[in-house]
Design a protein around this ligand. Structure first.
Ligand SMILES: Cc1ncc(COP(=O)(O)O)c(C=O)c1O
Length: 459
């Protein structure tokens, strides 16, 4: 504990002090919130864990939970990138700002009372949680033997690429899509082929002719991202069936990434690929999932994959090895078993955030293009007009930036303090867009939108 205290103290002297940082961020205006009431030390959240209290059965998602100074990728990484202090709001990386479900903290506290950290003997409790969650939440009845526990979606996906996509062969992807798929492909030494979606009537739609034309014999796997990050699409059963049948016809294995499957907006329904009413299509697929988005447990390194086909599963397993941590297992098990109510409330809150942002952007930032999300806690905003006005296309190269969107990312930080992810990172179709994470207190979201509107409406 002393070492940790010292480390955080050092950080305070190097500019990551929570209080001064958040004051700079304008969040000090949120009097009565976590920021205003936080003790001066960065250790506040670490030394006295505040499990949010239920008031009338409700969790508090409004009071901003301050993550600055906790080595968190969402807030602390951009702060290092912009040491001049211009950065204020981390709205890029896909993690939630909410304090986690109390059952997770309680389970961890209980476990740390036992002071020994040797190898784990079993993950059976975790497996039971995964099976129950899939049955109750997604109507998927999984054979326990078919579920392989992993330390992330990445390792499972990379193993699957190694198993099905020999070097020199390719993986197909509907884009814009999660930038990490390109990273996974690099790790597996394979190439990604983009099939750019069409933007029709406010929704990203698969361009079927283009998709099929890209299903050449050297394409051996297709990643289906459902819900789609960053566009927010929740794929309909008929769309998934069509993709699945095309893949089957072209001898392509489906890798269905369903990590965002719990974060579904009201009025939409998530369809697991493994629940499709076509056995051959289902047997030609693997599903990758986790509750790391659902409960903000990305740092706890836990995920799983499954296939209804033991042969398909066996091929991937040859290339896969998970390294789980005891605390990760404890945290995930608690979330599966006891976290449902917390998540349902968090999901409803995020749904309202989406509506709030849609109304705000349409009313106060008319030059910004808005796409209505069906799922995920991302929103993909089109800043194409602002980018044109500031000459992003003409200037990005001379500023040593890989794309106009990266140039705009810096511009937006400089003019509003808001850090978003550049659309160019999401493959073809990302141009003009920036991805914003909406899993924050609405008070923070409002400040972020006000700051962006102030910048964008001036040009
Ligand atoms: C679609 C998608 N897949 C995978 C991941 C990363 O998964 P993991 O951290 O379990 O490797 C993310 C993280 O944002 C994601 O959005």
């Amino acid at each position: 504990m002393r070492d940790r205290k010292m480390a955080l103290k050092d950080k305070n002297t190097t500019g990551l002090n929570r209080r001064s940082f958040m004051k700079g961020a304008g969040l000090a205006a949120l009097a009565g919130g976590a920021v205003a009431s936080a003790p001066s030390s960065s250790l506040a959240q670490e030394s006295s864990i505040n499990i949010p209290k239920l008031a009338g059965g409700k969790y508090d998602f409004d009071t901003p939970y301050n993550r600055v100074g906790s080595d968190c990728a969402r807030w602390d990484s951009p702060a290092l990138r912009y040491p001049d202090g211009t950065f204020k709001f981390g709205m890029g990386v896909a993690s939630m700002d909410f304090e986690c479900a109390p059952c997770i903290t309680e389970a961890l506290q209980e476990r740390v009372k036992h002071h020994s950290w040797g190898y784990l003997s079993t993950t059976e409790g975790l497996r039971k949680g995964i099976l129950r969650w899939n049955g109750e939440r997604h109507g998927v009845d999984l054979d326990p033997e078919s579920v392989v526990i992993s330390d992330g979606v990445y390792p499972g996906m990379i193993a699957a690429m190694r198993a099905f996509v020999p070097r020199g062969s390719k993986v197909l992807l509907s884009t814009p899509a999660y930038s990490g798929f390109y990273t996974m492909a690099r790790a597996a030494n394979v190439e990604i082929v983009d099939s750019q979606m069409e933007y029709k009537n406010g929704r990203y739609e698969i361009n079927w002719d283009d998709l099929e034309s890209k299903m050449t014999p050297d394409v051996r796997a297709m990643i289906v991202c459902n819900p789609q990050n960053p566009t927010g699409n929740v794929w309909r059963e008929e769309e998934l069936l069509r993709v699945g049948r095309l893949c089957l016809d072209h001898n392509i294995v489906v890798l269905s990434d369903e990590i965002h499957s719990d974060v579904i907006r009201s009025g939409h329904k998530f369809t697991p690929f493994a629940s499709l009413p076509d056995e051959a299509v289902v047997n030609n697929s693997l599903t990758f999932n986790a509750i790391s988005k659902t409960f903000n447990l990305a740092g706890m390194k836990n995920a799983y994959y499954y296939s209804k086909s033991p042969i398909t599963l066996g091929r991937v397993n040859q290339y896969h090895r998970a390294e789980l941590s005891t605390l990760g297992v404890v945290a995930n098990e608690a979330a599966y078993n006891e976290g449902g109510d917390w998540f349902d409330q968090a999901n409803a809150y995020m749904d309202e955030n989406h509506t709030f942002i849609e109304n705000y952007v349409k009313q106060h930032m008319p030059s910004v293009g808005y796409t209505r999300n069906e799922g995920t806690y991302m929103t993909f905003l089109n800043f194409g007009k602002t980018m044109s006005s500031i000459g992003a296309e003409e200037q990005y190269m001379s500023h040593d930036k890989p794309s106009p969107e990266h140039f705009f990312q810096d511009w937006l930080v400089e003019h509003s303090g808001v850090y978003l992810n550049p659309g160019a990172d999401y493959g073809s179709g990302g141009a003009g867009n920036m991805r914003m994470n909406i899993a924050s207190s609405r008070l923070v979201i409002k400040e972020v939108l006000d700051a962006m509107a102030g910048a964008v409406n001036k040009v």
